[in-house]
Write a protein that binds this ligand. Structure first.
Ligand SMILES: *Cc1c(COP(=O)(O)O)cnc(C)c1O
Length: 478
């Protein structure tokens, strides 16, 4: 029951007006430092939230009150500071997922960053032939590198792999049939579905086989006058076990040759280097894929390759030329910043071990367990020193994932710093770390929060300790 003091009208009238709050000295100072709209919006929202809160309490019959002006102003201040920060900003990835799509996939190598910065800052040779003084093609900056690295005749870089698949299907199969195994009609994160991309590209989907088993004779039976393409798709973040059967790319290429139908492979991640010595089996390199004789291979620039967002198509000269001439190519073209970073990343591969080692995604996959352990020990020591006595900071061995749709069944041994408190739930602890500056994203396992040091680079260790330490020392711990 609302008492007389709880009369809604009276309570709501205690909430100050927007103009009143704007006159407060603290808010005036915020107005000097930040755009007016940011401050006004923060005040409006704070007051509106307060109104809704009071109304909700009254509806429940709970006693409600309006906080004092200082509290409201503090809320305004927090909102303004939050909005003044860039929305797209750095985080420390302590999830152990190396190619984390939501965290921006592959970080760039120092050389890629430098090239990107130079091209961002200045005019460039993007589409300009310096020797002739004439118009050039943006593709020249990477095509030679891609063909050299993969052994393909020709190559094309576009906006991302989804675009590469779309452009390829549209070029080769608009209004005609594309034969795909039912076991490869996958959906990857972010609602990229092979059947949908196929339709958007104008291809007519011709499914063959069953979910778990597809045989060469299934493809063979599906080929007819309307067949434009045989497509094979990397299963990405999905793996079938048990009674399964798929047709090898080599057999599919053999069939395509016999029947005069081109074969394309959407390789998804697209490794340029062999990771089997590091315990990752089952991810053929693009070079190996091409050796099967396949006509086109598409893959991402920011998955196992470790570069910027990009989609790469490699294959025969005639086909690549047709892709280039498709009007869609302009709509999906790669931008100059990605191109600069891509060129540098590809050059890294051509420099051999030293160059490849500067590509962060590759370095994280190949990093030794001993090095990760040593990092974990430093983080543990640094956090232990600052943490409230109720928080236990430990080290445990766990598994990291490659992510990015590569190698779903494979994982890498790693060391994690574990945080556990008998008083604070791991969910609250994990959320508090996301509020750090920079934000730290870990993962929860059972009652603990894990910070996986495989994805935290050497130069981030100190920063991680400085960001997390105060949180463990503060209200979370006490
Ligand atoms: C990741 C992936 C894509 C999409 O690549 P983007 O670069 O994210 O556009 C397409 N096909 C497969 C098999 C993939 O794994």
């Amino acid at each position: 029951m609302a008492t007389r003091e709880q009369h809604p009208g009276l309570l709501l009238r205690q909430i100050p007006a927007v103009d009143e709050v704007l006159q407060e000295p603290v808010v005036q100072r915020l107005l000097e430092a930040h755009p007016r709209w940011v401050v006004v919006e923060a005040v409006r929202e704070t007051l509106e939230e307060r109104r809704q809160h009071v109304l909700a309490l009254l509806r429940e019959g709970t006693e409600a009150s309006v906080p004092d002006l200082a509290t409201l102003i503090e809320q305004v201040r927090i909102k303004v500071l939050d909005r003044a920060r860039p929305s797209l900003r750095r985080v420390i990835n302590a999830t152990g997922v190396i190619l984390h799509t939501n965290l921006g996939r592959a970080p760039l190598s120092p050389e890629a960053q430098a090239r990107l910065q130079e091209v961002a800052q200045h005019y460039s040779t993007l589409e300009f032939e310096l020797r002739e003084g004439t118009r050039g093609s943006r593709q020249v900056h990477v095509e030679g590198l891609l063909t050299r690295l993969t052994g393909a005749e020709a190559a094309l870089a576009v906006n991302n792999n989804a675009a590469a698949v779309l452009l390829s299907i549209n070029t080769m199969a608009e209004g005609r049939e594309v034969v795909v195994s039912r076991g490869e009609l996958i959906e990857i994160g972010g609602s990229f579905r092979i059947p949908d991309v196929m339709r958007k590209g104008g291809g007519i989907l011709r499914e063959v086989g069953t979910t778990n088993r597809t045989h060469l004779k299934d493809y063979e039976a599906a080929i007819g006058d309307g067949t434009a393409l045989l497509l094979k798709v990397h299963p990405s973040n999905f793996q079938m076990v048990g009674f399964t059967s798929e047709v090898s790319l080599t057999d599919l290429v053999g069939l395509g040759r016999r029947r005069g139908v081109p074969v394309m492979m959407d390789a998804g991640s697209g490794a340029l280097t062999d990771f089997t010595p590091f315990g990752l089996k089952g991810e053929p390199t693009v070079q190996e894929t091409l050796r099967s004789g396949v006509d086109l291979v598409t893959f991402s620039g920011d998955k196992l390759l470790g570069g910027p967002q990009a989609g790469l198509v490699v294959g025969g000269k005639v086909l690549i030329e047709r892709l280039r001439k498709n009007a869609l190519a302009r709509a999906v073209r790669i931008d100059k910043l990605s191109l600069a970073a891509l060129e540098a990343t590809l050059r890294g591969y051509l420099e051999g071990e030293k160059g490849v080692g500067t590509i962060p995604a590759v370095a994280m996959i190949t990093c030794s367990l001993a090095e990760i352990r040593q990092r974990a020990e430093r983080v543990q020591a640094g956090l232990q020193e600052q943490a409230h006595s109720s928080i236990q900071v430990g080290i445990e061995e766990h598994r990291s994932e490659v992510g990015g749709g590569a190698l779903p069944a494979e994982s890498l041994a790693t060391y994690c710093v574990t945080l556990h408190s008998p008083r604070v739930s791991p969910h609250r602890l994990e959320a508090a770390l996301r509020g750090a500056d920079p934000a730290v994203v870990g993962r929860i396992k059972g009652e603990k929060v894990l910070l996986d040091l495989r994805t935290v680079r050497e130069e981030e260790v100190t920063l991680l300790i400085e960001a997390v330490g105060p949180i463990l020392a503060s209200e979370i711990g006490s």
